[in-house]
Design a protein around this ligand. Structure first.
Ligand code: OSB
Ligand code: MG
Length: 368
């Protein structure tokens, strides 16, 4: 394969309702799709970040510069383009996992299309459909939260995740438990909003029988997460703090987490995500596939990862309608609490030209 052309397509799609986390409120999915054209097939991917560096250090405008000036020149210099070489060839560029993931995924999509192989097959997926959880944002009132959770359960979602922050933690969890019962699979995500000084407070979550508490403390502090896990019965799950398989191995060895949220974007792509999965699975630590409010382009690829054997907990891969009235791809529809794993070559979807045109804010050539 030879690289011919790479383009960033800036898209903005309104969310069906605002999504508030401890790091901010989103009302629109504003990002870019990466379109890679080779001498053979073409590939698509989605940059998972936002215009502002709230979840992590990367952001859309910066990622396009990193792709254009640092990542793509290294890929274009390869004698033959191969998705497995994207990681090693871009390793001299520090960080920028989200940008690297977008590049590797679009190249992988093109390559797998040329082989006629679905991403799920390439990764070693063992399921044809995956159970769907839903991540519920911070709401203005408990009543509004209970209404939202009730709606999602009526739609068939099999697991609820509540976003929490100081001042919105024990009460919403108690309210959801009281209303929907002890059997509801329930977990929380703090997106780094607490410190170890909050350990005694967080320990009060133990009485609610949660599946896990996700990224409670300041990012990248494995030591503090291990100290917290020592005091909690609830399993700690890491998201923001795990950037690769090596971090995951360290975190597990230190007992800094007893569950792993794997996001291909956060770890630089699907090949490293597979390794994160393998490390955790080999240690008997449950894995689940997280999300970043992706459009159908990112969602399709995530579903292939969610179908791996070690993904034993329901993920955040919800149906398209949970995010958008209209998606840029054919929508993913919840059936009996599950989403189907795409079974056509590559990531299994491509943007619908008409929808893409309507949501496109601009295009930028990144290569040549
Ligand atoms: O921390 O998992 C997170 C969304 C954007 C950024 C970070 C996170 C999330 C979610 C929603 O929790 C996941 C999804 O539904 O895609
Ligand atoms: Mg998270």
């Amino acid at each position: 394969m030879k690289l011919a052309r790479v383009e960033a397509v800036h898209i903005a799609i309104p969310l069906v309702r605002p999504f508030r986390t401890s790091f901010g409120t989103m009302t629109t999915k504003d990002t870019f799709l990466l379109h890679v054209v080779t001498d053979g097939a073409e590939g698509w991917s989605e940059f998972a970040g936002d215009p502002e560096p709230g979840y992590c250090a990367e952001f859309t405008a910066g990622a396009q510069i990193v792709l254009r000036d640092f990542l793509l020149p290294r890929i274009a210099a390869l004698p033959a383009l191969d998705a497995a070489l994207v990681g090693p060839a871009t390793a001299p560029v520090k960080g920028h996992e989200l940008a690297k993931a977008a590049l590797e995924t679009a190249v992988l999509d093109a390559q797998l299309r040329s082989y006629g192989m679905p991403l799920a097959t390439y990764l070693g997926a063992t399921r044809e459909r995956v159970p769907a959880g839903v991540s519920v944002g911070i709401k203005p009132t408990l009543a509004a939260l209970l209404d939202d959770v009730e709606g999602y359960l009526a739609e068939g979602y099999v697991r609820i995740k509540l976003k929490i922050e100081p001042g919105w933690d024990l009460e919403p969890v108690r309210a959801v438990r009281e209303r929907f019962g002890a059997a509801l699979p329930l977990q929380v995500d703090a997106n780094t909003a607490y410190t170890l000084a909050d350990a005694e407070h967080l320990r009060r979550l133990d009485e609610f029988g949660l599946l896990l508490v996700e990224e409670p403390l300041t990012e990248n502090n494995l030591h503090a997460h291990a100290r917290l896990q020592w005091r909690l019965a609830t399993p700690v799950c890491l998201d923001e703090s795990l950037h690769n398989a090596r971090d995951t191995a360290s975190a597990i060895a230190m007992d800094a987490c007893r569950a792993v949220n794997v996001k291909p974007a956060r770890v630089g792509g699907f090949l490293e995500a597979r390794r994160v999965h393998d490390v955790a699975h080999a240690h008997g630590v449950p894995v689940w596939c997280g999300g970043m409010l992706e459009t159908g382009v990112g969602r399709a690829a995530n579903l292939a990862l969610a179908a791996l054997p070690g993904c034993t907990l329901p993920g955040d891969t919800s149906a398209s309608a949970r995010y958008f009235a209209e998606d840029v791809t054919e929508p993913f529809v919840l059936v009996d609490g599950h989403l189907p794993v795409p079974r056509t070559p590559g990531i299994g979807v491509a943007p619908l030209p008409e929808a893409l045109a309507r949501f496109t804010k601009g295009r930028r050539n990144l290569y040549p």
